[in-house]
Design a protein around this ligand. Structure first.
Ligand code: MOS
Length: 748
């Protein structure tokens, strides 16, 4: 096994291209053969359903389960009245495993509406659901706050509350002084509301005990966190927990850590001596996991008369729970998207009575880009400059924050290529100047985005088989983003074999340890390990470092020359981590804790970039906005898998349409919790809401970053979509959207 220092062998050959490989597993998915966590149905399965609090905050003063327990088929009702023997798993961003530090069912406290207060288990789902509806709770209610400006919130400064160097306010030069001296100034407040990830696959899975080993089948982005967290909660050795999650039906951050249903589910399975399945109803998922918090951004931009930026000040308030602070990094991109020599950031947290908010696709970058890229559009208007030209003239050379070089930066190429594909040159500058004969207003908008390139420790094992097939066992998760396809292509391309000769296993703690797959680092990090493992495999097979390999013949020859092997397979492993990462990062990965490196690396700073161009049509009577076309051009380094990469970007554009125009988790200060907790009232785009989407890539490999040249894509793809749409709405109507989603009433 190679424990590669830094990011592997930099002299390694680039992969031969494997053009447009179809998505691996596509057929299984569309034919229903793919088995998701809750599809597991072992014999003797029992069914669980939680009961949730209907008070906004307070204490349970009475819990009557008698009627529920009398329902035929009910096996067990767990609540704080039992001693569940569960320890807290700890908050994922504070060396723990769970999406929040609170573990429900352990005491009588209610922190937020929707918090579980009991778990009903029955022979059938029907019995469990019926019984859950018969559990009666009485509460001693307390006042609560669910909005940023509500009475009873508490605001804390991030750099005081979370005194870690990477969370300190970004300060470069004297931004306030430079702003005051600037001839052109923009000062505006932008807001994005709470949102929920609503992936297609509901939260849930199956817990079963095989002797003293707990086996969990559940869709998750962090099999290692479930393993480590359940071991901590149940007081057992992590080796006695197995997590199997070959497919995840969408994660988007919702499934990035342990959720509080799982330990009680394991307790129920142990007490009953039966496997227990829990699939949360959609409504429960709005309170059972994290969500995108409200954030409010005051942005001040100072520029010279030509629009050349002299200063930026970005102050953010982000909603928090009472217990945990989600480390905010909004200013990580706003300080770097352009060459701004004076920058000051300030990030604060506003404690409210909700479950702990968390990561949702481009968690900080999407709201931050809405604020900055809207403000930049306002500046372009003030300066009388074309918004693309303005951005190009403010491009950065070296990283404005650290002074280090970027590993690669092709934002200008994204803007130029996008402008060309979109036909931007035809855009009349004045708002309201494109109108169709029926009165429909047409607008064109542009916005850019950036996202940090992070790298995590990964163990990859390759098994070359006598039949010529290669099995790749990799610490990573497939939530539809295409990691399996990228890995299969890498192995096939390197060895010169068909993609159909490669089998990829991800999401299985029985074969390799798993770091969280999030932050778009999954593909680049796993490819790095697979790349190193391929070099090791070639050495073990005794074949040259590059060029096609007859795998079957090489395995047979290796078997003859090494009689201690059985001749059936040759195995190679590699363990990689990010450049400059300390060895403890690998220990953390093995324990299921988070350990990302970047975007600041020893020699450079690494970001992916994107530019989006949007066309909107605003109806004449009720000013309803439709997005008729979008062009997106990304700089993600080498494109690891064109088919799935394009799908990632198209999906992000659809997501951005929802973020710009419809998605909003509604709160009601009288009740607490989120009230539009279903897919009828939480409005995501449907096909009819989505116009033409054209996706292109710069495609320049970033070999400064790593030997595969791959940066990151899944998150940057969303960054800038919403402001491109908002800027197009301004161009169509002359009305400046400063909060998302943009509603009809905002344009009246
Ligand atoms: Mo992502 S929001 O880091 O899954």
């Amino acid at each position: 096994m190679t424990d590669t220092e830094e990011s592997g062998d930099r002299t390694a050959h680039p992969w031969p291209p494997v053009e447009r490989t179809p998505r691996v597993g596509a057929r299984e998915k569309v034919t229903g053969a793919a088995r998701y966590g809750a599809d597991h149905a072992p014999p003797g399965l029992a069914y669980a359903i939680p009961v949730v609090a209907t008070a906004g905050k307070g204490r349970i003063t009475g819990l009557d389960t008698a009627e529920a327990a009398a329902v035929p088929g009910v096996l067990l009702i767990l609540s704080h009245l039992d001693d569940l023997g569960i320890a807290p798993a700890g908050y994922v961003m504070a060396d723990g495993y769970a999406f929040q530090s609170l573990q429900p069912l352990l005491d009588d406290r209610i922190a937020y509406r929707g918090q579980p207060i009991a778990l009903v288990v029955a022979d059938t789902l029907v019995a469990a659901v019926h019984a859950a509806g018969l559990v009666r709770a009485a509460y001693d209610e307390e006042p609560f706050a669910v909005e940023l400006d509500a009475a009873g919130t508490e605001t804390v400064l991030q750099e005081e509350a979370l005194p870690l160097p990477f969370l300190a306010d970004v300060v470069v030069g004297d931004a306030d002084g430079a702003y005051e001296r600037s001839p052109l100034r923009v000062d505006a407040v932008y807001e994005t509301g709470p949102q929920h990830q609503v992936p297609m696959e509901l939260i849930g899975g199956v817990a079963e005990w095989h002797g003293d080993t707990l086996v969990v089948h559940e869709g998750t982005q962090s099999a290692g966190a479930l393993r480590g967290g359940l071991a901590r909660q149940l007081g057992i050795d992590p080796d006695r927990v197995q997590v199997i999650t070959p497919y995840v039906g969408g994660g988007f951050g919702q499934k990035n850590s342990l959720q509080p249903h799982l330990a009680p589910l394991a307790v129920a399975a142990r007490r009953l001596g039966r496997p227990v399945k829990l699939v949360l109803p959609r409504a429960h998922t709005f309170h059972a996991a994290s969500f995108r918090p409200v954030s409010r951004h005051r942005v001040r931009l100072g520029a010279d008369r030509s629009g050349r930026l002299l200063a930026a000040i970005h102050e953010v308030d982000q909603q928090a729970s009472r217990r945990d602070l989600l480390p905010a990094t909004y200013t990580e991109i706003t300080s770097r998207l352009y060459g701004i020599s004076s920058f000051r950031g300030r990030q604060r947290h506003v404690r409210t009575d909700v479950q702990t908010p968390g990561y949702m696709r481009a968690p900080f970058e999407h709201p931050a880009a809405f604020a900055l890229e809207s403000a930049l559009d306002e500046l372009a208007c003030a300066a009388g400059r074309d918004p693309v030209e303005l951005r190009l003239s403010n491009d950065a050379g070296a990283d404005p924050v650290t002074g280090k070089p970027f590993s690669s930066r092709h934002l200008a190429a994204c803007l130029r290529r996008g402008a060309e594909l979109f036909g931007w040159a035809e855009r009349p500058p004045d708002p309201g100047s494109m109108r169709e004969t029926d009165g429909t207003l047409v607008g064109w908008g542009v916005a850019a985005g950036a996202y940090p390139v992070m790298t995590v420790p990964v163990l990859a094992r390759l098994r070359a088989r006598a039949d010529g097939r290669v099995l790749a066992e990799v610490g990573g998760h497939e939530m539809g983003q295409g990691i399996t396809t990228a890995l299969a292509r890498a192995v096939a391309g390197d060895l010169g074999i068909g993609v159909d000769r490669v089998d990829v296993v991800v999401g299985d703690t029985r074969v390799v340890p798993h770091h969280l797959t999030a932050g778009a680092w999954g593909t680049n990090s796993t490819l790095l390990a697979v790349h190193a493992a391929l070099l090791e495999l070639r050495a073990r097979l005794g074949v040259p470092r590059e060029g096609p390999v007859d795998v079957a013949a090489a395995v047979a020859a290796a078997g003859r020359s090494a009689p201690e092997q059985d001749g059936a397979e040759v195995v190679a492993e590699a363990l990689t981590k990010g450049p400059g990462q300390p060895p403890e990062a690998v220990d953390r990965m093995r324990a299921g804790l988070v350990a990302p490196a970047g975007p600041e690396y020893p020699g450079h700073v690494a970001f992916s970039f994107i530019a989006h161009f949007a066309e909107v049509r605003v109806a004449p009577a009720a000013p309803r906005v439709r997005v008729s076309r979008v062009v997106s051009v990304a700089d993600c380094g080498r494109v690891a898998s064109p088919v799935t990469a394009e799908a990632q970007v198209r999906g992000a554009v659809v997501w951005g349409i929802g973020a710009a125009l419809s998605e909003h988790s509604e709160v009601d200060p009288r009740f607490g919790g989120f009230v539009n907790a279903d897919l009828a009232d939480y409005v995501i785009p449907v096909n009819a809401d989505v116009g033409r989407i054209e996706v292109a890539f710069v495609g320049e490999p970033d070999f400064t970053l790593n030997p595969t040249g791959v940066k990151t894509l899944g998150e940057v793809a969303l960054v800038g979509v919403a402001p491109a749409i908002a800027n197009a709405v301004f161009h169509a109507t002359g009305r400046r959207p400063r909060s998302l989603p943009i509603r009809v009433e905002d344009l009246l």
